[in-house]
Design a protein around this ligand. Structure first.
Ligand code: GLN
Length: 495
């Protein structure tokens, strides 16, 4: 078997079980692909020794007939996850040199399921961004290009390294996190699948916090089946995260029956934006047709508070971030600024935070501090929380009226060029999240599935939003869409 790194998780699992390959061979193949792909800047810390040690242990378990779900499967882990003894910096200079003493619950769950860690993946600093350009390691690069044009494109953000690595076959799957779209938008930009589960499905323990009421981990994979397999392993009830729920985790792969007859799919009219590229609109129409052809009933719905979602998100997320990031003070973790004679503790905090945080993070901390300040709390933060409740109610009403899933575009455009947004107003960048943030505000599961290409050959994704805790159902609808769309293109290798 050649090019083992190109296998899906399900294919590799079956080949391992059949004795056709070994985890060591799979891992070596991924490590070689990673070393040959430095131009993508996807992996920011490589852990080959650890990977080969875990692969060897997995091979022994497989030989002994004791192979759990992800036994021997090589994965990449977003730098936001604390991994014991391995640099975990959230792509920030302020966490320079930080090697956690503990393992995040999600990465521990993956290791318990037998997974192999290849290294840590690039991302926007503290997961704040939509293009991976706020990383202290420099941006990751999208393996896709616009036809013969060699302009470097963003893989999206914040999980840009995860998206780039999976799309370029550097690993079989990767972890991502999604606070406002950071799994689904990069998945759409790179032609892969990414699911954000219901808030509370995955433990947040050991994941460096951005906005705690919105953050969720999820898998980024080559197809829907792999997302089902990997999500299953990531989810658990965790007493160390008070928002993690004590619900049984169903068998998500078993939910992939390919039968959605009788399901009702809602099409929200508020997601049709003025000036949206025609290709996105056409893709959305094709998506509706595919689901209708598969026997679903497609109905128009209204989610009237959608237009307030971005402003509410960009109040709530920075507010929570400013509070979560207060812990980086130069005392407990990572970087501490060099002080001048006469500097006291205040200067130490100020200099450390000014040096350690990048511009976007500083902007969020300032916005967040402002909206939480005594004079403005009611005007901004409390108001945004009320809007959030109304956005959630819109979805509750749609589901109560019998809608099983909602179909929307995943992003308002295909991947854009790196640097293209540099001169733009930050709000231009924030508009990338227009279709995804509502899902985080309402705590719902959402998945992005590659469903077509634009006229320059770049991948485009469709988003499905599901009922809370019904990830199995959602994955099954996504599976139907994936099969009908038949998206099989891969980026042409240039790196
Ligand atoms: N792009 C959004 C932001 O910058 C979402 C990021 C995320 O989901 N982590 O906040």
């Amino acid at each position: 078997m050649t090019e083992l790194n190109k296998l899906t998780i399900a294919q590799a699992r079956d080949a391992l079980k059949a004795g056709e390959t070994t985890s060591t061979a799979l891992t070596e193949s991924c490590l070689a692909a990673i070393d040959a792909a430095d131009a993508l800047n996807a992996f920011v810390h490589k852990t080959p020794e650890l990977a080969l040690e875990q692969a060897k242990a997995a091979d022994a378990r497989i030989a002994a007939g004791d192979a759990p779900a992800l036994c021997g499967i090589p994965l990449g882990i977003k730098d936001l996850f604390c991994t014991k003894g391995v640099p975990s910096q959230a792509a920030s200079n302020i966490l320079e040199g930080f090697k956690p003493e503990y393992e995040s619950t999600v990465s521990q769950n993956l290791f318990d399921a037998g997974a192999v860690m290849l290294g840590k993946l690039n991302m926007d600093e503290f997961a704040m961004g939509s293009s991976n350009e706020t990383s202290c390691y420099g941006n990751a690069v999208n393996p896709w290009r616009r036809g013969n044009d060699d302009t470097a494109l963003t893989p999206g953000g914040s999980s840009g390294g995860s998206a780039s690595a999976v799309s370029a076959d550097l690993c079989l799957g990767a972890t991502g996190t999604d606070t406002g779209g950071s799994i689904r938008q990069p998945a759409a930009f790179t032609g892969i699948t990414g699911i954000k589960p219901t808030y509370g499905r995955c433990s947040r323990w050991g994941i460096i916090a951005f906005a705690s009421s919105l953050d969720q981990a999820g898998p980024m994979t080559k197809d829907v089946r792999d997302s089902a397999i990997m999500l299953q392993a990531m989810c658990s009830h965790d007493p160390k995260d008070s928002t993690s729920v004590d619900f049984p985790v169903p068998d998500f792969e078993a939910a992939l029956t390919g039968d959605i007859r009788g399901k009702t799919i809602g099409i929200p009219k508020e997601y049709r934006l003025d000036g949206m590229p025609e290709e996105i609109d056409q893709l959305w129409t094709r998506g509706k047709e595919m689901l209708a052809d598969a026997g679903a009933k497609v109905v128009d719905i209204s989610l009237p508070h959608t237009k307030y979602a971005l402003p509410a998100y960009y109040v709530i997320a920075p507010a929570e971030a400013s509070s979560n990031l207060a812990r980086y003070d130069g005392v407990r973790y990572g970087h501490r600024a060099k002080l001048a004679a006469g500097d006291g503790i205040t200067e130490m905090y100020e200099k450390t935070r000014a040096e350690g945080f990048g511009h976007e993070v500083q902007r969020r901390v300032m916005v967040g501090t402002y909206v939480l300040s005594a004079g403005f709390y009611d005007a901004y933060y409390n108001r945004a929380r009320k809007v959030r409740a109304l956005i959630k109610k819109d979805f509750d009403d749609a589901f109560a009226a019998g809608v099983d899933a909602i179909l929307t575009p995943a992003t308002p455009s295909a991947a854009f060029g790196l640097g293209e947004m540099a001169e733009a107003d930050p709000v231009q960048m924030y508009l990338n999240d227009v279709f995804t943030v509502t899902v985080n505000l309402a705590g719902l599961p959402g998945i992005s599935v590659p469903a077509g290409v634009d006229k320059r050959g770049l991948p485009l994704g469709l988003q499905l939003i599901g009922r809370p805790w019904e990830e199995g159902d959602l994955l099954n609808t996504a599976y139907v869409l994936e099969r009908a769309a038949g998206f099989v293109s891969k980026p042409a290798k240039w790196w």
